[in-house]
Write a protein that binds this ligand. Structure first.
Ligand SMILES: Nc1ncnc2c1ncn2[C@@H]1O[C@H](COP(=O)(O)OP(=O)(O)OP(=O)(O)O)[C@@H](O)[C@H]1O
Length: 268
């Protein structure tokens, strides 16, 4: 597609892109905030990590993104070991992209420029073509000439996602992707995001404190508590398990408002 020859990749997604981490551990001030975590995310799979505030979700995501140095652990993409931060001089990994909670868009640049900026190492022709493709894929062509301050939260987030997937990463990491959005925007974004991940066959790991959100979007859910990954399973497995009291209480707390709401009608 006119990509600079150094960066041409063939059949990028098909059958590739398994992200695997083993025994990731991070200690701050003698406190273990990420404790020996191992997991895998397959292409086109959405894995949600849920947990209350301070459970270690963002730290885990930032270790995988290469922003935080772990004390222990290994990571692989397609059976190829990826150097974690402590082995690398360059932080960012082209195949694993993080969309941070605050999106970190450049306010002085237009929406299309924010995406284009992540493609500076490619040919001009390829950049024009790829930016147009991404704007279309993420449904933001109509706002391409606006600045971030003039678009909605959902549009900002779609821009951040377009920028993150511009270089065709194999894995996408999302930090609280639906926070700061109203419920209509949330629903649109959920649908868009799920179809994008499935269509592009990206391995997606996202963290949230909201169990219902995880349930609506994820193929599998991992529950974190005080640095530990307590359980990893399908939403059905998580919701039906009876062995772990913490998970039961976390699930109960999440569904309590909905139950309460319906109880009003049942009581009538
Ligand atoms: N740089 C740091 N130095 C010391 N402690 C830290 C540092 N970063 C995070 N922590 C601590 O590690 C723990 C896990 O933090 P983390 O941000 O990963 O949790 P979280 O589950 O993402 O929380 P939230 O949902 O509130 O973002 C917290 O107790 C936090 O205070």
């Amino acid at each position: 597609m006119g990509k600079n020859s150094t960066f041409v990749r063939v059949s990028l997604y098909k059958g590739m892109g398994i992200l695997k981490i083993t025994n990731l551990t991070k200690v701050y001030d003698e406190r273990v905030v990420v404790n020996n975590i191992s997991l895998e995310v397959a292409p086109a799979e959405i894995l949600a990590i849920v947990g209350e505030s301070g459970s270690g979700k963002t730290t885990l995501l930032n270790i995988i993104a290469g922003n935080i140095r772990p004390d222990e652990g290994k990571m692989w993409l397609d059976d190829q070991e990826v150097d974690l931060f402590f082995n690398r001089l360059i932080r960012e990994l082209p195949d694993i992209k993080l969309v941070p909670q605050d999106y970190k868009l450049k306010p002085e640049h237009k929406i299309w420029e924010n995406i284009d900026l992540s493609l500076t190492k490619y040919t001009r022709e390829y950049r024009v073509e790829r930016v147009a493709e991404l704007l279309d894929l993420c449904g933001i062509t109509h706002i391409k000439d606006k600045k971030p301050k003039d678009v909605s939260g959902g549009e900002k987030q779609r821009t951040a996602i377009a920028r993150a997937i511009a270089e065709e990463p194999q894995a996408l990491l999302l930090d609280e992707p639906f926070s700061n959005l109203d419920s209509i925007n949330k629903q649109h974004l959920r649908q868009n995001l799920v179809s994008l991940i499935k269509h592009e066959e990206i391995a997606c790991l996202f963290v949230t404190h909201d169990m219902i959100e995880a349930l609506l979007v994820a193929d599998r859910i991992g529950v974190m508590h005080k640095g530990d990954l307590l359980m990893l399973g399908t939403p059905k497995e998580i919701f039906s398990q009876t062995a772990n009291p913490y998970i039961i209480s976390f699930v109960q707390a999440a569904i309590a408002p909905i139950k309460e709401f319906y109880q009003q009608y049942l009581d009538k």
